[in-house]
Ligand binder design. Structure first.
Ligand code: TXA
Ligand code: MG
Length: 327
């Protein structure tokens, strides 16, 4: 299959034709690129699982363009869910709610709940509106590979497996949406993201982080190895350790450092990818840095960015990508 990459009105027209025919289409959102299909068509949805090589017990998020599109997808909207919709949508958040019978069971992997997200990216919204349907979509990467934050990332990973990529430039937020389960007594964060526990607690009064045992996809990304680069990656807390590891490794491989600007200024002529000097930039650039690092090197040493605010969500991805290895 030839994979087309298109922009603008032509892209949206072609995308909505393909979706109407039961095909899959990659599209930009503010978090990462998604691989979408008609959420009401279980056969179209099954093509997503095939293209990604995704285990079918891992449910998909359903994307909508307008708040009024949520009602047919869910059984009811709890006060917690309503508060999240009112305060954070559109935006980088996914709300788990009890699903309606209209949502096919392969979307939710047999669960009685469904994840709903209203992206804020204008191209995502236009794409969904043009289709006139809710769009089921995971990130547009092969299962276990790094999430894509540009059309090129999608193309390099999925070319030949999908008919179209709608190119909407680089993703602004850069890490996947916060996932919050509102079907539990206290709203539970299943995946941290750019909207933090503190942001949510201000509106909901209380939230907890999921810490329990991993059952069927209850804790996204915990059951499956996610976000891994093709080469080994380790995390370093101290610059001196990172540099010593780099020099040791450079005897027989091509190490690459991923770090913020403060470190970059002190690494001399070592290979380095600078992800910026503030939290927003680090989140936006982290996946792109991993994509680039695995192209130019074969061993990645990534700075530990700490755990305050959005850095907790960034480190959630970095720790997965490194398989928890630290130096
Ligand atoms: O930012 C995002 O959320 C991106 C863009 C494309 O919207 N999507 C994304 O999808 O990251 P994906 O499939 O890569 O990650 C979605 C996660 C999965 O780990 C899945 O287990 C979890 O959401 N999930 C989906 N529905 C769920 C449900 N009903 N209950 C619990 N977890 C759910
Ligand atoms: Mg994903």
């Amino acid at each position: 299959m030839k994979t087309e990459v298109l922009q603008g009105k032509i892209a949206l027209k072609r995308a909505s034709e393909l979706i109407a025919q039961g095909e899959v289409v990659a599209f930009p959102t503010e978090t990462v690129y998604g691989l979408g299909a008609n959420a009401f068509d279980s056969e179209a949805v099954s093509k997503i699982f095939v293209a990604k090589g995704r285990p079918n017990d891992n449910p998909l998020i359903v994307h909508v363009a307008d708040k009024s599109d949520i009602t047919p997808l869910v059984d009811y909207i709890s006060p917690y869910a309503q508060a999240i919709i009112d305060n954070f949508m559109p935006g980088p958040i996914t709300v788990i709610m009890p699903k309606s019978d209209k949502v096919p069971s392969n979307v939710s992997a047999g669960l009685s709940t469904v994840g709903i997200r209203m992206p804020m990216h204008p191209v995502a919204r236009e794409f969904i509106r043009e289709c006139g349907l809710p769009i089921a979509a995971p990130s547009a990467n092969t299962s276990t590979h790094i999430s894509p934050t540009s059309a090129k990332h999608v193309y390099d990973d999925m070319q030949g497996k999908i008919p179209l990529i709608v190119d909407g430039g680089n993703c602004e937020v850069g890490i996947e949406s916060t996932i919050i389960d509102t079907t539990t007594d206290v709203p539970t964060i299943l995946r941290p993201g750019a909207i933090t526990a503190q942001d949510l607690a201000k509106v909901l009064g209380q939230v907890v982080n999921f810490t329990g045992e991993v059952v069927v996809a209850k804790a996204p990304g915990m059951k499956y190895k996610h976000y891994a680069p093709t080469c080994e990656m380790v995390v370093a807390k101290e610059l001196a350790d990172a540099l010593a590891e780099y020099d040791r490794k450079s005897k027989n491989c091509r190490p690459v450092l991923i770090c913020s600007t403060i470190w970059t200024q002190k690494v001399g002529d070592r290979r380095v990818i600078d992800v910026g000097d503030n939290d927003k930039q680090v989140a936006r650039n982290i996946y792109g840095a991993m994509h680039e690092a695995q192209e130019i090197g074969d061993y990645i040493i990534c700075q530990d960015f700490g755990d305050s605010g959005v850095m907790l969500s960034v480190m959630n991805r970095v720790i997965k990508a490194s398989g928890g290895k630290r130096i």
